[in-house]
Design a protein around this ligand. Structure first.
Ligand SMILES: [Zn+2]
Length: 501
C-alpha cells in the first residue's frame, strides 16, 4: 500500500438512566408500545422547559475518567439545528465547544489511541420504513446519548474494530450503557482517508495538514456500521475503494457513505455538511454546568477495574496469556466468577499441606480451561449468561479438585460438569451416586486386567512375541470394562507388567 491510512471514530452510546435526558419520561421503554413514553418536553412543544438529567452528566464524566480524559470544570449545552422527521424540536440539544470531557486515551495493543472528546446529547426518535410509507416511534426521542470522538490516529480496520470492542466492554464495566450494537444502543461511524506517504503531518490536537506543495485527500464518513464485523469489513472495503480510485488518478470528494450489509459494499448517501450548517448556539433554557472537585471525587468512587487493567493483572497473577485473559474479561461477571472459583481453590490448597504459590498458576489455568472449553459451550448453545447458571463457584472449584487429585479422569470431569450444568449439585455427590470415581485401587485394577488377559490368550501370546501394537487392544478392553473410570497411565503400567510375565 503506497498510502497512509487515517481513521477516526465517532461512537454514540445510549445511556441506561431511568429517565430521559431532559424530561422525566421513562428512558427504558424498549418493550413499551410506540409513542407511550413521551411528553411535551421531549416532543418539543413550545413553552416547555428542559431540565438536564444529573445522572447522565455524572455517567458521562465517569466514562471520561475511565478514558483518562480531562474534565471541563465549566461546560454547557448547545443547540444543533437541522431538520429531520425523527427530530421533533427541529434541533438537537448537544454540546459544541465545551464538552464534558476532552483529551483522553485508550490503549489498544500497547498503543494509545487519543480521544478528542466525550459529550452528552439527546437521541432522536426512530423512523421505521414500511411498504405503506414511513412511521415513527418517539419513545427514543430524548434518550441520553453520549458521543465519543477519537483523534484520526487509527491505522487499520482491525485496530478500529478492537477499539470499538474495548469501548463496549468499558461501557458495560461501568454499567452505564448496554451498548448492544444490534439494538442500536451503540453506533459507530468511521472517518476514513488515504494520504500519500510523507505528504502530510499531524499538527497539535490531532489536526492533519498537508506538507508544503502537497494537498490532502478528503475523508469519507462511513455510517451504518452496526456490528463489529461490519466495522472491520466496511472500513476495509472503503480503504480498498479509495486506494483503487487514487491509483486511477481520480479526484475524491468528501462524502457520507453507508455500509450495505447485504451487498457487502459501501454506498454513497450524501455530500458531507460542514459544522457551520448546523448553526450551533448555546441552549438558552439550560444553565451552564459547573463541575466541582467534590462532585469529581464523588464520581471517582464509581470507577472499577477496567478491562485493560484486568488483562494485565490476570497475566501476572495467574500466568494467563493475552488471549486467555481476553477470553474471560469480555464480561465483568464472567471474570468475577472465575476469580471466585480461583479463590475457592486457594482456600482448598491453604487447608491442605500444599502452598498456593506453588499451585496457583496451575489451578487457575485448570479453572480457566474448564470454564472456556466446558461451561462456555453450554452457555453458547443455550444463549445464556454466567448469571443464569445453577453451578456455584464453590462446586465448580470442587470439581476441579476432584480431577486434580486423580479421583476422576478428564472424560468424567466433563460428564459431571454436564450434569451440574443441568441440575446443579455437589460434584462429589454426583461422582459417588453415579459410581464415576476413578478406579485407583491397584489390586482391583490388576484383577480386571488379569481376567482380560485370560480371555484373550492368543493376543497375549502375540504381544509377547513382539506384536507390540496389541497393547492398545488391551488398553481398550480395560477401558471398556472399567467404563473409562480407570487411570490410563496406570492401566498401561499394569498391562505391560502382566503381559511380559
Ligand atoms: Zn418526555
Amino acid at each position: 500500500m503506497k498510502y497512509d491510512i487515517i481513521i477516526g471514530l465517532e461512537i454514540h452510546a445510549e445511556l441506561n438512566t431511568k429517565s430521559k435526558m431532559f424530561c422525566s419520561c421513562n428512558n427504558l421503554s424498549d418493550k413499551l408500545e410506540p409513542n407511550t413514553a413521551i411528553c411535551p418536553v421531549c416532543m418539543g412543544h413550545p413553552g416547555t422547559m428542559p431540565v438536564a438529567n444529573f445522572e447522565a452528566i455524572k455517567w458521562t464524566i465517569l466514562c471520561g475518567l475511565a478514558l483518562d480524559c480531562k474534565i471541563n470544570k465549566y461546560s454547557k449545552f448547545d443547540r444543533k439545528n437541522y431538520f429531520y422527521p425523527d427530530l421533533p424540536k427541529g434541533y438537537q440539544i448537544s454540546q459544541y465547544d465545551l464538552p464534558l470531557c476532552y483529551k483522553g486515551k485508550l490503549e489498544i495493543d500497547n498503543n494509545d489511541i487519543d480521544i478528542t472528546r466525550i459529550h452528552l446529547e439527546e437521541d432522536t426518535g426512530k423512523l421505521i420504513h414500511t411498504d405503506d410509507g414511513s412511521i415513527i416511534d418517539f419513545n427514543r426521542a430524548g434518550t441520553p446519548l453520549m458521543e465519543m470522538v477519537t483523534e484520526p490516529v487509527i491505522k487499520s480496520a482491525q485496530e478500529a474494530k478492537k477499539f470499538c470492542q474495548r469501548y463496549q466492554q468499558i461501557l458495560r464495566y461501568l454499567n452505564i450503557s448496554s451498548a448492544n450494537m444490534e439494538k442500536g444502543e451503540m453506533r459507530c461511524e468511521a472517518n476514513i482517508s488515504l494520504q500519500e506517504k510523507s505528504s502530510w503531518q499531524y499538527l497539535k490536537d490531532g489536526v492533519i495538514t498537508a506538507k508544503k506543495g502537497k494537498t490532502l485527500n478528503p475523508k469519507v464518513e462511513l455510517k451504518n456500521l452496526n456490528s463489529f464485523k461490519a466495522i472491520e469489513k466496511g472500513i476495509e472495503y472503503e480503504i480498498q475503494e479509495q486506494s483503487k480510485r487514487l491509483d486511477d488518478g481520480e479526484k475524491l470528494e468528501a462524502e457520507t457513505k453507508g455500509w450495505d450489509e447485504k451487498k457487502q459494499i459501501t454506498v454513497r448517501q450524501r455530500r458531507k455538511e460542514s459544522s457551520a450548517d448546523y448553526r450551533y448556539f448555546p441552549e438558552p433554557d439550560i444553565p451552564p454546568l459547573k463541575i466541582s472537585n467534590e462532585l469529581l471525587n464523588e464520581i471517582k468512587q464509581s470507577l472499577v477495574e477496567l478491562p485493560q487493567a484486568k488483562i494485565k493483572r490476570f497475566k501476572k497473577q495467574y500466568g494467563f496469556t493475552e488471549e486467555m485473559s481476553e477470553a474471560v474479561i469480555y464480561d465483568k461477571a464472567v471474570a468475577n466468577w472465575l476469580e471466585q472459583v480461583i479463590s475457592e481453590l486457594r482456600a482448598w490448597i491453604d487447608a491442605s499441606n500444599d502452598s498456593w504459590e506453588r499451585q496457583n498458576k496451575k489451578l487457575a489455568k485448570s479453572a480457566h480451561n474448564l470454564l472456556t472449553t466446558g461451561l462456555f459451550q453450554y452457555l453458547k448453545k443455550d444463549k445464556k449468561t454466567i448469571g443464569d447458571i445453577k453451578i456455584t463457584a464453590e462446586n465448580f472449584a470442587e470439581l476441579i479438585t476432584l480431577h486434580y487429585q486423580g479421583k476422576i479422569n478428564s472424560t468424567t470431569l466433563y460428564d459431571i460438569l454436564k450434569e451440574m450444568y443441568k441440575n446443579g449439585g455437589d460434584p462429589t455427590d454426583i461422582m459417588k451416586e453415579k459410581g464415576l470415581e476413578q478406579i485407583d485401587n491397584e489390586e482391583k485394577l490388576k484383577d480386571i486386567i488379569l481376567e482380560i488377559i485370560k480371555k484373550h490368550p492368543k493376543e497375549a501370546e502375540d504381544y509377547k512375541n513382539g506384536k507390540e501394537a496389541l497393547l492398545k487392544f488391551f488398553i481398550g478392553q480395560t477401558m471398556a470394562k472399567t467404563k473409562g473410570k480407570a487411570n490410563p497411565a496406570k492401566i498401561q503400567e499394569i498391562l505391560k507388567e502382566e503381559l511380559n510375565k
